[in-house]
Design a protein around this ligand. Structure first.
Ligand code: COS
Length: 383
């Protein structure tokens, strides 16, 4: 937690300057090469970005959720691939340990995650288990002081770079969520295999691939929280937080896209004047601004409630759904404002349009957020 407003302002200003001066100029290069340059990764480590949400006692910045989403707005004002590299360390790749890990697991892994020495990754999705996460088939069978893991995980963000995986696997024959446990699996363990890097529509520079567990023997001490059968709940709690981070990323990206659209609307002249003077263009700019404002308020409110210790499953799902859909609308309008230029690679707007499409899919599709929200409402309003 940052205890005084000046330090928080300084952090946000430092991130903002880093984004404008170091990351924005590299956006096209990263998209072309599908790689984030080493010096940028080093800068991110030195700035502490890999450990923003890791508690201070384990070497991180220990930001509150509110502080984290404020930082998230800033880091998202550039290609989402940059944030993606350190986002799993702050989010889904580490939070299983932060929220439910044993003290020994926290002490051993979190300091390395906080510095970026190792990248954390979250392995829930499988070839036949996506939105229906509780149907996963990967197994973890107890064998003395070990578990033996078998199965395949799919679309695993940062898997090619990861040092550890939070792996959800079935430890009992119990159906659905009940039989699922969560584990920390180190990449170097024999039998952990990576598939080829996925070729994606966008977010070049952020990598995903399959992770195959072929008779992977891990110490029983790597069972998160030391308890079987609660891994699905751990995954859901992790996603409640992760969804707020994606909502914050959607807000930041939309703010950047609107800035670019405003600049173009001021510069581009048609019919003898800047296109921003035409009311039909103004309507798109105004709608985008109002959309962003609404999403920003929603994300901050949900973050503050989480900091108060409240259950924000519904709020996180609302924020993720609204903000990611909002970002899609803002990107679509921006392409329209840019017109033909919006369709050209050199203007960069089409790249954002493709990049932000993922916000509506990963960490739970819009349709999954709708299910979460509606189910919670129906349950809460039961008399
Ligand atoms: N926090 C804590 N516990 C939670 C929870 C949350 N946010 N959400 C669910 N649970 C608990 C439930 O209370 C239930 O426990 P009890 O049986 O003890 O009451 C258990 O987990 C199972 O929950 P539920 O019955 O709701 O599970 P379903 O199989 O019906 O699935 C959805 C729930 C669809 C919401 C879940 O599968 C989901 O989020 N899917 C999307 C997965 C996803 O986001 N994937 C993205 C890839 S990861 S980047």
């Amino acid at each position: 937690m940052i205890r005084d407003p000046e330090t928080l302002t300084l952090l946000l200003d430092t991130i903002g300057r880093f984004v404008r001066e170091k990351l924005v100029p590299q956006e096209a290069h990263v998209a072309e090469t599908d790689q984030i340059p080493d010096d940028i990764v080093q800068d991110m480590k030195e700035m502490g970005l890999f450990g923003m949400s890791i508690p201070e006692i384990y070497g991180g910045m220990g930001l509150t959720m509110e502080e984290e989403v404020l930082a998230g707005f800033e880091v998202a004002k550039t290609s989402p691939a940059f944030r993606s590299l350190f986002a799993t360390n702050n989010g889904i790749g580490a939070q299983g340990i932060v929220i439910d890990g044993t003290e020994a697991q926290k002490q051993y892994y979190l300091p390395k995650i906080a510095t970026g020495e190792i990248i954390g990754s979250f392995a829930l999705t499988e070839p036949d288990s996506g939105s229906d996460a509780a149907s996963l088939r990967t197994t973890a069978l107890k064998d003395g002081d070990f578990y033996v893991i078998n199965g395949t995980k799919r679309y695993i963000t940062n898997a090619p770079e990861a040092g550890i995986f939070t792996v959800m696997a079935r430890t009992s024959q119990a159906k659905g969520a009940e039989g699922i446990s969560a584990f920390v699996v180190e990449k170097g363990t024999p039998g952990v295999l990576l598939g080829p890097i996925d070729k994606k529509m966008g977010q070049k520079g952020a990598h995903t691939c399959d992770v195959i567990f072929d008779n992977v023997r891990i110490p029983a001490a790597n069972l998160i929280g030391g308890k079987e059968g609660v891994g699905f709940k751990t995954a859901m709690k992790v996603l409640d937080k992760g969804r707020l981070n994606i909502a914050a990323a959607s807000v930041g990206a939309a703010e950047r896209i609107l800035q670019d659209a405003l600049r173009y609307a001021r510069e581009r002249k048609q019919f003898g004047k800047a296109i921003g003077e035409f009311q039909l263009i103004q309507a798109m700019l105004a709608d985008s601004h109002a959309d962003i404002y609404a999403a920003r308020c929603m994300v901050l409110d949900a973050a503050r409630k989480r900091d108060e210790g409240r259950n924000v499953g519904t709020e996180a799902a609302c924020a993720k759904m609204f903000a990611s859909e909002m970002c899609g609308r803002v990107a679509d309008r921006a392409v329209q404002i840019f017109g033909g230029a919006g369709y050209l690679v050199e203007y960069g707007i089409e790249r954002f349009y493709r990049d932000v499409r993922l916000f509506r899919i990963y960490e739970g599709t819009t349709q999954i957020q709708q299910i979460v929200i509606a189910r919670n409402l129906l349950r809460e309003n039961r008399n």
